[in-house]
Design a protein around this ligand. Structure first.
Ligand SMILES: [Zn+2]
Length: 491
């Protein structure tokens, strides 16, 4: 663990003093003090990431993570249940290899993009497709047909941060259909992260993709790009072995602390247990799983009794289409009117700067009220816009007030879904502060009589029309689910 810096220590001790003075009369201060104190959060994260490791839905490690989470809630004396749901299809990379031949030959480091089709020593000319723009494919004309198209990407680093990450999703959503229309055999995207780092994201069509898709180590891809621009003729041969299969069963883990006054009213806070990283899913999203478990543990340990029922949802299947939280909204459809709020935590360990409140000014007011006890850890600024990309999505499409913790980019984007997303990247000191912030907001919702209406289908549609929600949904391959009525509220 890192040494706490003196300025931060001063903030914490000031908060602790305030807390202890008010402790007897104020449960939220007790809870905040507990979150800022010594807890097993770091040990939990170490176990989940270093011992269990990467947890792609459908793997043995994922099942181990489910059992681990269940045991953690149980040990904390928090009621826990597991809820099975069906994942529509299996997709896991088994082995991927590629080399370049022709005027110059060399091996290249590649990984498959999610939902890539398999390929068996597929050899085809490698062509320089620029940045994959419409002009690029117009220039290439027929030469794109049957070729591996090498797509250049801008560098993504911590300075560019989350904006760059969202742009990668958005760019791919335009490049892929364009390339397929041009008749390519497959796509090879330059890794946006230098120093031979590769990562597992994304495929614009999700599970509907029908092409081999690769990410190539940036240095290897740029070498090929330079040679192609010299006029050299190159071919790429790739083997992509995938374990692909039919629907299978995955499991959400739900910890519950029953409300003492209005138990039928539910405040749901969650983080996804699965990972898709080549690393061990520490920033995405082990850290927030450990945070959820730790908040539940501290509430139970202190014997605090919320007025409303609190559910801690550890979702599964998030990385492969936000499936676990989607299925929860189906399985708990009868209870959705009673869901006061559904909050998601999924942006690593950067400082919590506020919440995405989904385009609901009334929700902003509540969040700001509940943030008051941790005002010293601010400033906070709410972003009152809907956001797609994590497990708030299906709650939003069901009209349930929903939140996503907004966090400083920190090192999230540069390690996103990459081999480098490991325990050591997590800012343990900041996680403690984030835990206190999350716990304060949770406690505010759990002990209030404030209640916002659930939006109707028409109101959700109005939200879509008034914001960039449709574009985001298309970028994240979830638009069709809403448009076809498969996902979201019907009435
Ligand atoms: Zn995530």
């Amino acid at each position: 663990m890192r040494i706490l810096n003196p300025r931060l220590l001063a903030v914490i001790s000031a908060l602790l003093c305030v807390s202890s003075a008010l402790a007897a009369e104020n449960d939220v201060d007790l809870l905040i003090a507990a979150m800022l104190g010594d807890t097993p959060l770091t040990d939990d994260l170490h176990e989940l990431t270093d011992t269990i490791g990467g947890r792609v839905t459908g793997t043995v490690a994922n099942k181990q993570a489910v059992a681990w989470a269940e045991a953690k809630f149980r040990a904390a004396e928090v009621a826990v249940s597991t809820e099975e749901f069906e994942m529509p299809y299996e997709w896991q990379e088994r082995l991927v290899q590629a080399h370049i031949s022709g005027d110059v030959g060399f091996d290249v480091g590649v990984v498959a993009k999610p939902f890539s089709t398999p390929a068996s020593a597929l050899e085809a000319p490698l062509i320089d497709a620029g940045t994959g723009s419409a002009e690029d494919f117009a220039r290439l004309g027929d030469t794109a047909r049957g070729a591996w198209a090498l797509i250049g990407t801008p560098v993504l680093n911590d300075e560019i941060g989350l904006g760059g990450l969202f742009a990668e999703y958005s760019d791919a959503a335009h490049i892929e259909p364009r390339a397929f229309a041009a008749g390519v055999a497959g796509l090879v995207f330059l890794s946006s992260r230098p120093n031979n780092l590769v990562y597992r994201h994304n495929a614009a069509l999700g599970g509907k993709n029908e092409y081999p898709l690769l990410i190539i180590e940036r240095e290897h891809g740029e070498r090929a790009q330079r040679l192609l621009r010299d006029g050299k003729a190159l071919s790429l041969t790739a083997t992509i072995e995938i374990d692909a299969g039919n629907a299978f069963t995955a499991t959400n883990v739900i910890g519950e602390i029953r409300g003492s006054v209005r138990p039928e009213e539910i405040v749901l806070f969650g983080a996804h247990l699965d990972s898709f990283a080549l690393g061990t899913g520490a920033l995405d999203n082990g850290v927030n799983v450990a945070m959820m478990i730790n908040i539940a543990r501290q509430i139970a340990r202190l014997g605090l009794r919320p007025e409303r029922t609190i559910r801690f949802a550890l979702w599964n299947g998030e990385e492969q289409g936000l499936v676990g939280s989607w299925k929860y909204t189906e399985q708990h459809e009868d209870e959705l009117d009673q869901h006061i709020v559904a909050a998601s935590f999924d942006i690593g360990s950067g400082r919590t700067t506020g919440y995405f409140t989904g385009g609901r000014p009334d929700l902003v007011k509540l969040v700001e009220k509940y943030l008051q006890p941790v005002a010293g850890l601010g400033p906070f600024q709410q972003a009152d816009v809907p956001i797609v990309g994590t497990d708030n999505f299906d709650f939003m499409m069901q009209g349930v007030p929903n939140l996503v913790a907004n966090q400083a980019d920190a090192n999230y984007a540069s390690n996103y879904h990459a081999e480098s997303d490991t325990f050591d990247k997590v800012d343990q000191q900041q996680v403690r502060l984030n835990s206190a912030i999350a716990a304060a907001v949770l406690w505010g919702f759990a002990n209030s009589t404030d209640r916002l209406p659930r939006l109707s289908h028409d109101e959700i549609e109005a939200l879509i029309n008034d914001t960039d929600l449709e574009k985001q949904m298309r970028d994240f391959a979830v638009w069709d689910g809403w448009a076809s009525g498969q996902r979201g509220r019907h009435d």
